[in-house]
Design a protein around this ligand. Structure first.
Ligand code: TYM
Length: 350
């Protein structure tokens, strides 16, 4: 079933194609924006073929109120479009509308080893103390994520730092599948974890990731926050009494200060040293209002456009439906071929 010439190197046989996903399990945060969405737009604008997915099947690995899940999926789609994803150039859709994801995930459940899953730190974090009560889906989640990516033979996956381990597992699954079935059918995907905002931290605790699931809304900036809320959250953000230093190295022992400097740099499209060159010697009383001002300047147009798009949910649904049709056209032949490789009888017509 090997469809490549035997001497073609595994990683160059595949056309460059990006896939990435975001869970619609809450509102989009500044972490999602700087670590993922902003970079998705850059990749799209570099002219790379890109597929972006609202992973609703992943979201239900923890309980989601059905009406809220639908609302959040539409709102996240609006966020993508408002941030600059063009649903004509890129493919934008929600995962559950393309059944290939769940079907390929089953095959990968049978490729991945229990021992591999046991090493996933995100499962340990999310399941918390009572692992017995976690859903089976939460445990199997990384195999579904591998299916998301490999159903499109995606070669590159832009994500934040917290997804690195899942992408390593995706590579392991592709390698084991290829090895077990004596093929080079699946690409060994490259993670793209780049820039200064690959790990935006909580505003209340510089050692914890900013997350949509944190119980404190003050810990994060949401893309839908208004200017006053953004200013208030930065004003109340945890910091220390020292002024900003001149040298980056001096931020190492100051996680909250480092986080705010990194956020400023990412929003301004510059690097942390340039930010320190401007603000060294100044205290947070001076720096925080400037940071809030910059955040509002970047986020206000996005949140206004999201609000406008959300007034027409039918239009958003139509965009997701068209995206799903285009996604299916790529994924279905790959899934069919995978089933053939595995040894399934495929005899239906049409
Ligand atoms: P999710 O929904 O938790 O996050 C979506 C994207 O945002 C990034 N991100 C952050 N980046 C920097 N700082 C933060 N504080 C921060 N919080 C989130 C994440 O790294 C991610 O890139 N399992 C994935 C969704 C997924 C996926 C995929 C991604 C499902 N299938 C296939 C890539 C390819 C997740 O839960 O992301």
């Amino acid at each position: 079933m090997n469809d490549a010439s035997p001497d073609a190197p595994r990683t160059t046989r595949f056309k460059t194609r990006i896939f990435s996903g975001i869970q619609p399990s809450g509102g989009l945060t500044l972490g999602n924006y700087l670590g993922a969405l902003k970079r998705f737009v850059e990749k799209q604008n570099e002219g790379i073929e890109a597929i972006y997915c609202l992973v609703d099947l992943h979201a239900i690995t923890v309980w989601q109120e059905p009406a809220k899940l639908r609302q959040q999926t539409r709102e996240a789609a609006a966020g993508f479009i408002a941030a600059g994803i063009d649903p004509e150039r890129s493919i934008l859709f929600n995962q559950s509308q393309v059944s290939a994801h769940a079907e390929l995930a089953w095959v990968f459940n049978c490729v991945a080893r229990v021992g591999w899953m046991n090493r996933m730190t995100q499962f340990k974090d999310k399941a918390g103390k009572d692992k017995e009560a976690a859903s089976l889906g939460l445990y199997a989640y990384p195999a579904l994520m591998a299916a998301d990516i490999l159903a499109y033979h995606a070669t590159h996956v832009p994500v934040g730092e917290d997804q690195r381990q899942h992408l390593e597992l995706t590579r392991d699954i592709a390698i084991k599948f290829n090895h077990d079935y004596g093929t080079d059918f699946f690409p060994v995907t490259e993670p793209l974890i780049e820039g200064v905002a690959t790990r935006v931290m909580s505003l209340r605790d510089g050692t914890k990731k900013m997350s949509k699931s944190d119980p404190s809304d003050m810990s994060r900036i949401n893309l839908t926050d208004n200017a006053d809320t953004i200013a208030q959250k930065f004003r109340k953000a945890k910091t220390d009494p020292e002024p900003l230093p001149q040298a980056i190295a001096a931020l190492e022992a100051r996680p909250e200060a480092k986080n705010l400097v990194n956020i400023y740099a990412a929003l301004a499209g510059t690097d942390p040293q340039t930010v320190l060159d401007e603000f060294a010697g100044q205290g947070f009383g001076a720096f925080k209002p400037k940071l809030a001002e910059l955040a509002v300047e970047v986020l206000a147009p996005i949140s206004a456009e999201m609000g406008r798009l959300m007034q027409d949910p039918a239009q958003i649904d139509a965009i997701l439906g068209r995206g799903a049709d285009r996604a299916k056209a790529i994924a279905q032949p790959i899934l069919d071929r995978c089933f053939e490789i595995v040894g399934m009888v495929r005899s239906r017509r049409g």
